[in-house]
Design a protein around this ligand. Structure first.
Ligand code: HEC
Ligand code: HEC
Ligand code: HEC
Ligand code: HEC
Ligand code: HEC
Ligand code: HEC
Length: 318
């Protein structure tokens, strides 16, 4: 302070508080922009996606998943930040290692799933965390743009489950019409109309504890279906033949879930309002058209046969 004149110093003193406050406001954005500068300068496309990431919004950085250093001086942009505990790009086998640091429960459940079982066997195309949630654009489940949002989740499963090439691998051979058959169901029709309480794939098959329907521990194993369908807000106290229902869920006929003889008295009133059953006009219209087509085809086929027979007889007479 020696070279500052006494008068200037005292005037500065008056403005001291103001200067400090201004400095704080200028430094906050500078500090947070600088914090990520080590990765942000070079990986611009990733950063663009990352800005929509739920983890970015709560203050996490690249280094929380990839390791490496984020505390580099803004003026020194160097590859060296990708060092230390830097893990680079996790392989599909190792994605869970990144997420499980924080999502312990989800990972524990996922590791009991058929998806993980396959990945462990080296069939790396089975689903891992990033297939259902995204890589750098992981959004909150509530976010309508999240691939695992209730509205979007069936299409996310269908990316693989409707992929005949993927599913025809010799070790899989599971049905690939699951999204198509789901689309015939009451659940999808209601979901598409913005009604969110109805079941999607993940509600019946579990999002993380997904198992084969032949596995007795699976939510879709016939004996466990009354519990799966009977969840609160779905069909509590459901009474139906589990074996029949198991065959019907993905069956085209299940549009009219009335066939499952649901206990309608215990039904969520909102669902009841949405209910499509034998009392629904569409049900009878469908039956009407089925009878109409069969009989029209039958009559024409009969006429062709009669015509053929009569021509044959006429030929014989000559
Ligand atoms: C000086 C520029 C630069 C900086 C700073 C930088 N990177 Fe990289 N990074 C690269 C280049 C170049 C590659 C290799 C080319 C590629 O695969 O895109 C790469 C590759 C990667 C990969 C993929 C590796 C692979 O196997 O494909 C990851 C993950 C990564 N960087 C993360 C980070 C993180 C996290 C930070 C911050 C701690 C960071 N990078 C900082 C330039 C940089
Ligand atoms: C929530 C954890 C997470 C965060 C945060 C994250 N990444 Fe990644 N990143 C991953 C995973 C997992 C993969 C591998 C995905 C795969 O290949 O299936 C990956 C892949 C990459 C790759 C290689 C593939 C590609 O897309 O180019 C780069 C580069 C990369 N990350 C850079 C970054 C940078 C830079 C940031 C910060 C802006 C960041 N990551 C933040 C989890 C994360
Ligand atoms: C087959 C697809 C799929 C895979 C694989 C998957 N998830 Fe999920 N996850 C979902 C769906 C769907 C939801 C939303 C469920 C709902 O509607 O509540 C979800 C929900 C979540 C949530 C929100 C909280 C919760 O439990 O509902 C977190 C966190 C999460 N997943 C993390 C993970 C992690 C970590 C992994 C990997 C170990 C993973 N997920 C693997 C589909 C998946
Ligand atoms: C450093 C810790 C950390 C890591 C690593 C991490 N997450 Fe998260 N994640 C969080 C936290 C904290 C939240 C916010 C939880 C909340 O909002 O309830 C979150 C939120 C989420 C959500 C939204 C949950 C919801 O309820 O909407 C999903 C999905 C998710 N993470 C998936 C992943 C996946 C997939 C990975 C691995 C690629 C991963 N996370 C890695 C800490 C982490
Ligand atoms: C209302 C509950 C329910 C919904 C919703 C549902 N499933 Fe299923 N799913 C079942 C039941 C029960 C079975 C076992 C009996 C069967 O095959 O019909 C099954 C069987 C399967 C199978 C095994 C097929 C095989 O090879 O026999 C796959 C794969 C499958 N579902 C995927 C899906 C996908 C993907 C979706 C969403 C597009 C979906 N499911 C929606 C209940 C459901
Ligand atoms: C990245 C691809 C991928 C995604 C995304 C995916 N799956 Fe799968 N899933 C597979 C593969 C591969 C198998 C084959 C495992 C087997 O049958 O051995 C499988 C198996 C299954 C099975 C067991 C079928 C049976 O009965 O044998 C069910 C149920 C299932 N997935 C449900 C789901 C649901 C629900 C979703 C969405 C929430 C989903 N999957 C998302 C790849 C995927």
């Amino acid at each position: 302070m020696a070279f500052i004149s006494r008068s200037l110093y005292s005037s500065l003193k008056k403005k001291y508080a103001l200067i400090v406050i201004t400095a704080i406001f200028l430094l906050i954005p500078a500090a947070s922009a600088q914090q990520d500068v080590s990765c942000y300068h070079c990986h611009t496309p990733v950063v663009t996606e990352f800005r929509n990431n739920v983890h970015y919004k709560i203050g996490f950085t690249c280094a929380d998943c990839h390791g490496g250093s984020i505390e580099t001086n803004a003026s020194v942009i160097s590859y060296n930040v990708m060092s230390g505990n830097f893990i680079g790009r996790p392989t599909r086998l190792n994605v869970t290692m990144v997420c499980e640091k924080c999502h312990i429960e989800e990972t524990k459940n996922y590791k009991q799933s058929i998806h993980w079982e396959q990945i462990e066997k080296g069939h790396l195309e089975a689903a891992t965390c990033t297939d259902c949630h995204g890589i750098h654009e992981i959004r909150a489940i509530k976010d309508p743009k999240s691939p695992s949002n209730h509205q979007n989740s069936p299409a996310t499963c269908a990316k693989c489950h409707s992929n005949t090439e993927l599913m025809s691998a010799w070790y899989y051979g599971i049905k690939t019409d699951r999204f198509d058959t789901y689309k015939e169901s009451f659940h999808w029709k209601a979901l598409r109309n913005g009604y969110n309480v109805v079941a999607t794939c993940a509600d019946c098959h579990e999002n993380h504890l997904t198992k084969a329907h032949t596995d007795p521990a699976s939510s879709t194993y016939p004996a466990n279906l009354p519990m799966t369908c009977g969840q609160t807000d779905c069909h509590p106290g459901v009474k139906f033949d589990a074996k029949i229902a198991a065959g019907l869920v993905h069956d085209k006929e299940s549009l009219h879930s009335g066939d499952l003889l649901f206990n309608k008295t215990g039904m969520n009133p909102q669902i009841a309002a949405y209910y499509l059953g034998p009392f629904d006009l569409a049900y009878w219209i469908a039956i009407f058209f089925k009878i109409l087509t069969t009989s029209v085809i039958g009559i024409f086929a009969g006429m062709v046969i009669l015509d053929f027979v009569s021509r044959f007889k006429m030929q014989k007479r000559w």
